[in-house]
Design a protein around this ligand. Sequence first.
Ligand code: EZ4
Ligand code: CO
Length: 402
Amino acid sequence: MRITAARVIVTCPGRNFVTLKIETDQGLTGIGDATLNGREKAVVAYLEDHVIPCLIGQAADQIEHIWQYLYRGAYWRRGPVTMRAIAAVDVALWDIKAKAAGMPLYQLLGGRSRDRVMVYGHANGADIAETVDAVGRYIDMGYKAIRAQSGIPGIKDAYGVGRGTLHYEPADAALPSETTWDTAKALAHVPQLFEALRATYGFDHHLLHDAHHRYTPQEAASLARRLEDFRLFWLEDLTPAENQAAFRLIRQHSTTPLAVGEIFNTIWDAKQLIEEQLIDYIRTTVVGAGGITHLRRIADLASLYQIRTGCHGATDLSPVTMGAALHFDTWVPNFGIQEYMRHTPETDAVFPHDYHFEDGFLHVGDTPGHGVTIDETLAARYPYQPAFLPVAMLEDGTMWNW
Ligand code: EZ4
Ligand code: CO
């Protein structure tokens, strides 16, 4: 079975998505997600100019070989653009292989390790009272695990706070919007949020929080320690992780479980964090880290150290990534949790899929392949719209980490 054609489909049903479609001489096709939030066109060019010409004529069933060809063969390794392009090819080829076998993708990975996949939803509000209400709505919808973020007095557009809809979407402006950050204000506020949540709902639900890279290691250690009594499922991205050893300081001071990795591209970004057991959950997902082929290597390394998976699943990862991730989650022995920020009805219509949510869990489908397709006619009705993620600044104008 040879690859005869491949093309990139860009669509914006409320937000931008980049999808790669691969065709074969057997009539089988597969799709993979290549969306890089706020930098979409870079991956489009990488695929169209530098990847697709090399794919034509290759054996579609040699997924590992093609992965190595694109990774080693490019000479220039790693990075979000390269690894998302490789992920798109990889997922499209796994889709084709599973269709050729007449099996859902999780069967090719080794079959089920579980019946259903626990997910966490995103609750947020302008202040603590609003966030407490929002968490209540997620509990009513059946969620077992909920991420809670709240506005912080004195901080403009704190990370994770939506504007009145269930579909929080940070990439919402044709140029980056300016938000602010103040660590002292956040450190005073976040423990109060979790105190209120535990006082209102008790300890029957898993609560999570995303710090989005804002704290220094010392501040991060302080926050993790002060949240211990509220028994979080995890505290995410406390400090930037380019310096993986920074997490030693946090670990020395707190037993709050830590999650990192949604912006990692490869196993090398997480190697020290995993080998020194500095984290509890690894957040890399299919589109972020080179597809199924590379993600399962990361999960296997993590499993040696009792670290579990917690795949990134924000709305900027298309339903194609969500579908592929659910096959991975259904198989991976050291599964922890899956992020699930629901897509809009417009997005779901462009990407018909066979997974479904029920009572706090996502259920993978049994359609051969990864179970997600693209309605190209509908996709064509939503042209690309420039959209950037915001930037974050301190009060004096100093650039900070968004
Ligand atoms: O800000 O995916 O855990 N989830 C997150 C996301 C990220 C977006 C960035 O594109 O941190 O909301
Ligand atoms: Co995050």
